[in-house]
Design a protein around this ligand. Structure first.
Ligand SMILES: NC(=O)C1=CN([C@@H]2O[C@H](COP(=O)(O)OP(=O)(O)OC[C@H]3O[C@@H](n4cnc5c(N)ncnc54)[C@H](O)[C@@H]3O)[C@@H](O)[C@H]2O)C=CC1
Ligand SMILES: O=C(O)C(=O)Cc1ccc(O)cc1
Length: 311
């Protein structure tokens, strides 16, 4: 039980902020946890469940805070940064948890005073649930937490933030901002878009085939529905702000899809078999690297590297 920051301010009190607060409380990592959310109802729930104190404005919440965490949708970051900037304590650290980094850096960094360090971050951990009741202390256990420090970041401030994330159970890594957005477009953003699309197709089908799609949905589709139940505001902002990287990956995805489509049409079993053998090896590589719990799980719940994947 070592206090790492005397006062932590959480701006936005949903899944991620709530999980951070639970984890900090469980580990005794913060002297005081102060929170701000737009709605009085969210503030009241957060006060009951995980905040020591809540404030009616973000400006008030950050006063005297040693660490400020921006945990709102990516599109809301700039307005918050503008509001809190004049009230930040010199020497404080501001971090964020947004799923996209370039857009957040552009929206937030220009407003942060020189006496305050801004260290952007992103936990690769989440669920399809949102809001102040959805958080839990173990969300970040053995999950990646990527930091994308900017030029001139104070090494001591970075080390302190890393020690907090570490104490919450996360595996911390540092990455360049642009690389982060490209990698996340591959492992998280585009897969989410594909899930949204597939569930949309099934919804359309349901109108044709009545209840069968829901009744007989096997686990591949059920995983898609879980992902497609994620917060619409958050994901709208992800796609609007990581536009270039997602469009790049989506272009590659459609090219591959057309090749597979043609192989099916032509009855080219050899092509399909070779392709699926290659993708199975990628899954095996993830398991062997011990990363199966630290990466977003878009899998079918059955491990093809260990047994039969059929159902
Ligand atoms: N949900 C997930 O699986 C993950 C989310 N993230 C990122 O974390 C951030 C927060 O996400 P969650 O905690 O999941 O969301 P959430 O929906 O559970 O909580 C968001 C909070 O922000 C507040 N908020 C929303 N719009 C706002 C606005 N315009 N102005 C001020 N406050 C506003 C909401 O009232 C709520 O308190 C997002 O930037 C998201 O990209 C990062 C990793 C995983
Ligand atoms: O629930 C899932 O499968 C996720 O992929 C969680 C997630 C969502 C958004 C992120 O930026 C990081 C992780």
């Amino acid at each position: 039980m070592t206090v790492i920051y005397d006062r932590v301010a959480l701006i936005g009190l949903g899944l991620i902020a709530g999980s951070m607060a639970h984890a900090m409380r469980a580990g005794g990592l913060a002297g005081e946890i102060v929170g701000y959310a737009r709605s009085a109802e969210t503030r009241a729930v957060a006060r009951d469940l995980f905040c020591d104190r809540v404030c009616d404005t973000a400006a008030e919440a950050v006063q005297g805070a040693d660490l400020v965490v921006l945990a709102v949708p990516v599109g809301a970051m700039e307005a918050i940064a503008i509001e809190i900037a004049p009230h930040l304590k010199p020497g404080a650290v501001v971090t964020d948890v947004g799923s996209v980094k370039q857009a957040v850096v552009e929206a937030v960094a220009p407003h942060i005073p020189a006496a305050v360090q801004f260290i952007p971050g992103h936990p690769l951990a989440g669920t399809e649930y949102s809001g102040p009741r959805s958080g839990f202390a173990t969300l970040f256990q053995n999950r990646w937490w990527l930091l994308t420090p900017l030029e001139g970041t104070d090494p001591a401030a970075l080390a302190r933030l890393r020690s907090l994330l570490d104490a919450m159970g996360a595996n911390v890594d540092e990455m360049d901002v642009a690389r982060h957005d490209l990698v996340l477009a591959v492992v998280s953003h585009t897969p989410h878009l594909i899930a949204y699309t597939m569930v949309g197709v099934a919804d359309h089908m349901r109108r044709v085939s009545e209840q069968e799609v829901v009744k007989y949905s096997a686990s591949g589709f059920r995983d898609f529905t879980r992902i497609a139940a994620s917060d619409p505001t958050m994901w709208r902002d992800v796609f609007l702000t990581n536009k270039d990287a997602v469009l790049d990956i989506l272009g590659r995805f459609t090219e591959e899809l057309f090749v597979l489509q043609r192989a099916i049409r032509m009855g080219d079993g050899d092509h399909l078999h070779a392709y699926f053998t290659r993708t199975r090896a990628i899954r095996r590589g993830i398991i062997e690297a011990g990363q199966d719990t630290a990466a977003p799980d878009f899998g079918r719940g059955v491990d093809p590297a260990k047994g039969t994947a059929g159902e």
